[in-house]
Design a protein around this ligand. Structure first.
Ligand code: PRP
Ligand code: URA
Length: 208
């Protein structure tokens, strides 16, 4: 496993809009969801299907339906919430768990304050969502929490990643495939992604 940068003109265009500092929270929220939908299409490309016989108004046909693992979406609060609706648009039956976490402003380490996951995480394809993968601390901790609860199949969707964070997650959890829309240059001294898009949670929810 490793990481995949999902390249698509629509994603690149929309990423540029959310990076711009003048983009409003309203537009930012809408576009983060749109990017999540587009990325979700790629991330689910390997779902198993089976043939089923159906009847169209004209006659019999063989169709396909998803037959493998059911999906569980897990946003890391708060910013991950901004991607959930976009994914539910194409996977309306998915279960949604939540992991609450923030980066301590002093230590910059993740602090977990909430965890509520579907009971059957062990049999689901779990997809963690969070717009930002900076030091990787939050994602590593979220994957640890899913694994403690029995999850065996985990993917992550992040809009932006820093090289050092991506490396840290891959080293800690080599079995998890990470999907990103862009790989940025580096982290600054406050561990923000450069050039990044700023604080994703604040931009989504209009705080600060
Ligand atoms: C942001 C972001 C990630 C985390 C990434 O959350 O949404 O969860 O930082 O940083 P890391 O890779 O260095 O751990 P933040 O702490 O700003 O909380 P919020 O979502 O509540 O705003
Ligand atoms: N969290 C954010 O919201 N933005 C960053 O650049 C890093 C962490």
């Amino acid at each position: 496993m490793g990481y995949t940068i999902i390249k698509h003109p629509l994603i690149d265009h929309k990423m540029t809009i959310i990076r711009k500092k003048e983009t409003s929270s309203m537009e930012f929220r809408q576009i983060v969801n749109e990017i999540a939908t587009l990325m979700g299409y790629e991330v689910t490309r390997d779902l198993e299907t089976e043939d089923i016989e159906i009847e169209t108004p004209i006659g019999k046909a063989i169709g396909k339906r998803i037959s493998g693992k059911k999906i569980g979406i897990v946003p890391i609060l708060r910013a991950g919430l901004g991607m959930v609706e976009g994914l539910l648009t194409i996977m309306p039956a998915a279960r949604v768990g939540h992991i609450g976490m923030y980066r301590d402003p002093e230590t910059l380490k993740p602090v977990t304050y909430y965890s509520k996951l579907p009971k059957d995480v062990a049999s689901r394809q779990m997809i963690i969502v969070d717009p930002m993968l900076a030091t990787g601390g939050s994602l590593i901790e979220a994957i640890d929490e899913l694994k403690r609860n029995g999850a065996k199949n985990i993917k992550s969707i992040n809009l932006l990643a820093a090289p050092e964070g991506l490396k840290a997650v891959q080293e800690a959890h080599p079995d998890v495939e990470i999907y990103i829309a862009a790989l940025d240059e580096k982290l600054n001294e406050d561990k923000y992604i450069v050039p990044g898009l700023g604080d994703a949670g604040d931009r989504l929810f209009g705080t600060k």
